[in-house]
Ligand binder design. Structure first.
Ligand code: ADP
Ligand code: 5GP
Length: 209
C-alpha cells in the first residue's frame, strides 16, 4: 500500500507484574516505527530508568502546572503518584503517520477512549494469582507490603478487563508476545488507517477507460 497511511494507537493495560513492560519493550524493539508515549510522573526514577525516554520525572508542582495548562491528554493518580500523557508528541506522531503505544493504567485508558476514540485497547492478563505473586516478588524491586498491595489491587483491575478490545494472556512469554504482535499488525490493516488507498486503486480503473 503505497498511499499515505494514518498512524494508529494502541493502549496497553495490565495489573502490575503481569508482564506489560516486558511485552511493550519487545514490541518497540521489533517495530522502531512505533512511538512510545513517554508519560510524565511525580514518582522517583527506579534504577536504570532514563529521564525523557522511560518517563518525564517531574516535581509535583510542575506536574500540576502541566495538568492545569492543558498539556496532558489524560492523567491519573496511581499508587500514590501522578501520571499523565503529554498531548503534543502524541498529536505530532499520529499526524506524521507514526503509530503510538501507550502504557497506561485503567483510568487513563478510559479517559483516552473518551478523548481520542478509536484505537486498540489491550489488556494483559496473568495466568493465575499465584504466578502474579511470583512475578511481583521475583522482580525484586518492591517491598513485601507493596507486593501485597499490588496483588490486592489486581482483583479490581481484572474486573475491568471486559472494557478492553483484546485480551492477551501472559503465561508463556513467547506466545503472549506473538498475540500482542498479531493485534498490532491486524490493527494496522484497518481501513481507517489507509484513507486514500482505495480511492487511488479505483482511480486506475477510471484512468483505463
Ligand atoms: P509489569 O510491567 O506488568 O509490571 P514486568 O514486565 O515488569 O511487569 O514483569 C514482571 C516480572 O515478571 C519481571 O521480572 C519479568 O521478567 C517477569 N515476566 C514477564 N513475563 C513473564 C512470563 N511470561 N513468564 C515468566 N516471567 C515473566
Ligand atoms: P509504574 O510506576 O510501575 O511505572 O506505573 C504504575 C502504573 O501507572 C502502571 O499501571 C502504568 O501503566 C501507569 N501509567 C504510566 N504512565 C501513565 C500515564 O501517563 N497515565 C496513566 N493514567 N497511567 C500511567
Amino acid at each position: 500500500m503505497a498511499a499515505r497511511r494514518l498512524g494508529m494507537f494502541m493502549v496497553v493495560c495490565a495489573p502490575s507484574g503481569a508482564g506489560k513492560s516486558t511485552l511493550i519493550k519487545r514490541l518497540c524493539a521489533e517495530f522502531p516505527a512505533i512511538t512510545f508515549s513517554v508519560s510524565a510522573t511525580t514518582r522517583a526514577p527506579r534504577p536504570g530508568e532514563r529521564p525523557g525516554l522511560d518517563y518525564h520525572f517531574l516535581p509535583r508542582e510542575e506536574f500540576l502546572l502541566w495538568r492545569e495548562s492543558g498539556k496532558l491528554a489524560e492523567w491519573a493518580e496511581v499508587h500514590g503518584n501522578f501520571y499523565g500523557t503529554p498531548l503534543t508528541p502524541v498529536r505530532e506522531a499520529l499526524a506524521a503517520g507514526r503509530d503510538v503505544l501507550f502504557d497506561l493504567d485503567i483510568q487513563g485508558a478510559a479517559q483516552l477512549r473518551q478523548s481520542m476514540g478509536q484505537g486498540a485497547y489491550v489488556f494483559i492478563l496473568p495466568p493465575s494469582r499465584a504466578e502474579l505473586y511470583r512475578r511481583l516478588s521475583g522482580r525484586g524491586t518492591d517491598s513485601p507490603e507493596v507486593v501485597a498491595r499490588r496483588l490486592a489491587a489486581a482483583q479490581a483491575e481484572l474486573a475491568d478487563a471486559p472494557l478492553f478490545d483484546y485480551w492477551v494472556e501472559n503465561a508463556d512469554l513467547a506466545t503472549a508476545y506473538d498475540d500482542l504482535r498479531a493485534v498490532y499488525l491486524a490493527e494496522r490493516r484497518r481501513p481507517r488507517c489507509h484513507p486514500e488507498f482505495l480511492q487511488e486503486l479505483l482511480s486506475q480503473w477510471d484512468a483505463a477507460v
